[in-house]
Every structure is written in structure tokens, then in C-alpha cells.
Design a protein around this ligand. Structure first.
Ligand code: SF4
Length: 284
């Protein structure tokens, strides 16, 4: 169940990553998990790791390094099917018993269902990061088809923040020629402020490769006719597709975050354990 990393990653602080499902019902048109390297042939078919709680119990029993367990790297742990299986909730309860820290990354307000357990885990460390790429629910409905719209995510963030949970957003991707406007950046920052979010983890652009790119361009042709040609002319076959005005938008973001007391990047849990490298991340 747990993939272990030698050091916590610098963006999200993940020492362990966990995916309870394979495939994702949120069906974001830009999703990187469609890339060939992940070998998920049909991303629409959801594979459920029904024995996840038992496996997690075994694996946590043998972990000598206490580090952050991250949910949501290859799919969303709070996709609609979680309402039926409750596997994320069961796994959180196991993590609570082992007193490990967590970082939940989601696009769904279903995370509020587990507020009771998250509060308990937050005595060790708990962070909940919502991915928000646009402040517009209309655009969110188009590009994050199966996920609750951005306004619902902001409302969920407010509830978590009101309950003392460390929360913020991952502002990635910002889709070139769709979401890369000053107005979008400004209203996202204001949304984070009004919802009690403490941090923004930004990337002003997106990545594109093989099957992911094919799917994305097909969806652009349906939803934003003519735009895929603009992508082809601007980026060719590049993996990294930074918004042409990324520098300007990043400066604006830094300025707005500074004025509104929002941190760029998040604080991480400091790993504890006999095997941890000297260069581990601290609480920053
Ligand atoms: S929520 Fe995340 S994993 Fe799921 S489709 Fe969207 S980008 Fe992919």
C-alpha cells in the first residue's frame, strides 16, 4: 500500500504515498495519470484495493521512520466511489492508531465526512490541500468534469480551517490560454484568504506527454475549439508547458500572498526515526 521515498518530497512533504484506488472518477481533462508510464490502460475503470486497511496495518507495523503519509498522488481518495467503500476513512483510522502524520490532497468536499479522524491525527500533524486551478465554477465543470466545483472546495476549506485544520491549496496546473489570467490568480488568492487557507503551492503551467496529451487535445477540441492548435504551435512536443505570462503571474501571486499573509509552499512534518537522513525536511 505504501510507496516509500528516501526523503520527503520538497513540495508536499510526502515520505510515504498511498493509492487506495486505481483510475479516477474525477476525470480531469489534464490528468497526468493517463500517461503511458503509469500503465493504466483504461483510466475510467476504477480498481478498488479492497484489502487496503489490512495491508496498511501490516505495513505501518513495520515502518521504522515516522513520516507523512500522502493520499492522492495518482487518483483522488475522495472520488464518489469512496462514499460506498469508505476505504479512505478506514485507512485514516488506522493511521490515527499508529500516530502517523498525513497530507490529504483532494478536489472533493467529501473529505469533511472524516473531519473527526483528521482532527485526531492533527494532534500529530494533518494537512489538507485542495487542488484549485480556477475560481470559475463554469470552467471547473469543464476541465474537472467529475469533481465538486471550486466553490465547494473553498467552502470545505473554510470548514476545515474553522476546525483548526492546517489547509491550503495546490494551484496546479494553471492551464495555458484558459486559466492564465490575472483575474483568475487574484480571485483564487482571495478565495484562499476568505476560506482560511494558509498556503498556496503554485505551478503556472502544466505538463503534457503521450496519452495524456492526446486525451487533453481531444477534450480541448470538444470544449475550446481551436485551442489545441495554439498549444501545438506554442509547445510542440514539450513536456513542460509553462504559461507564456508565467513570470508576470508568479510576481502577482507572490505580491498578493505577501499582502494577505498566505505562504507560498507549505510547512512539513519533520520525520522521526532511526533511518532518516540528516538532510530531512524540518518544520519550516
Ligand atoms: S482528481 Fe487528480 S487524479 Fe483524479 S482525474 Fe483529477 S487530476 Fe487526475
Amino acid at each position: 500500500m505504501l510507496s516509500s521515498h528516501s526523503k520527503p518530497d520538497p513540495w508536499f512533504g510526502c515520505k510515504y504515498t498511498m493509492n487506495i484506488y486505481r483510475g479516477c472518477q474525477h476525470q480531469c481533462i489534464y490528468c497526468d495519470s493517463r500517461s503511458e508510464c503509469y500503465r493504466i490502460e483504461n483510466f475510467n475503470d476504477i480498481l478498488v484495493k479492497i484489502n487496503a486497511p489490512e495491508k496498511l496495518t501490516q505495513e505501518l507495523s513495520s515502518k521504522r521512520v515516522k513520516g507523512t503519509v500522502c493520499f492522492g498522488s495518482m487518483n483522488d481518495s475522495y472520488m464518489p466511489i469512496e462514499q460506498k467503500y469508505k476505504l479512505t476513512r478506514k485507512c485514516l483510522d488506522i493511521i490515527r492508531q499508529f500516530r502517523f502524520p498525513i497530507h490529504l490532497m483532494t478536489k472533493s468536499d467529501l473529505v469533511l465526512r472524516d473531519l473527526d479522524i483528521i482532527k485526531e491525527i492533527s494532534k500529530v500533524y494533518a494537512a489538507v490541500t485542495f487542488t484549485i486551478t480556477t475560481s470559475s465554477d463554469a470552467i471547473s465543470r469543464k476541465v474537472e468534469v467529475g469533481a465538486p466545483v471550486s466553490s465547494k472546495r473553498f467552502a470545505a476549506m473554510k470548514k476545515l480551517s474553522d476546525n483548526g485544520i492546517y489547509t491550503g491549496i495546490s494551484m496546479m496546473p494553471i492551464l495555458p490560454f484558459i486559466e492564465d489570467t490575472k483575474e483568475n490568480i487574484e480571485s483564487i488568492v482571495m478565495g484562499v484568504k476568505e476560506s482560511g487557507g494558509k498556503y498556496i503551492i503554485p505551478s503556472i503551467g502544466m505538463t503534457l506527454r503521450d496519452r495524456q496529451r492526446d486525451y487533453y487535445y481531444k477534450k480541448l477540441d470538444e470544449l475550446f475549439p481551436g485551442l489545441s492548435d495554439r498549444y501545438r504551435k506554442t509547445y510542440g512536443g514539450s513536456y513542460s508547458c509553462e504559461c507564456p505570462n508565467a513570470g508576470e503571474l508568479y510576481s502577482l501571486l507572490v505580491d498578493l500572498c505577501h499582502k494577505n499573509n498566505i505562504q507560498i509552499g507549505m510547512n512539513h512534518y519533520q520525520c522521526k526515526g532511526v533511518d532518516e537522513e540528516d538532510s530531512q525536511l524540518g518544520f519550516v
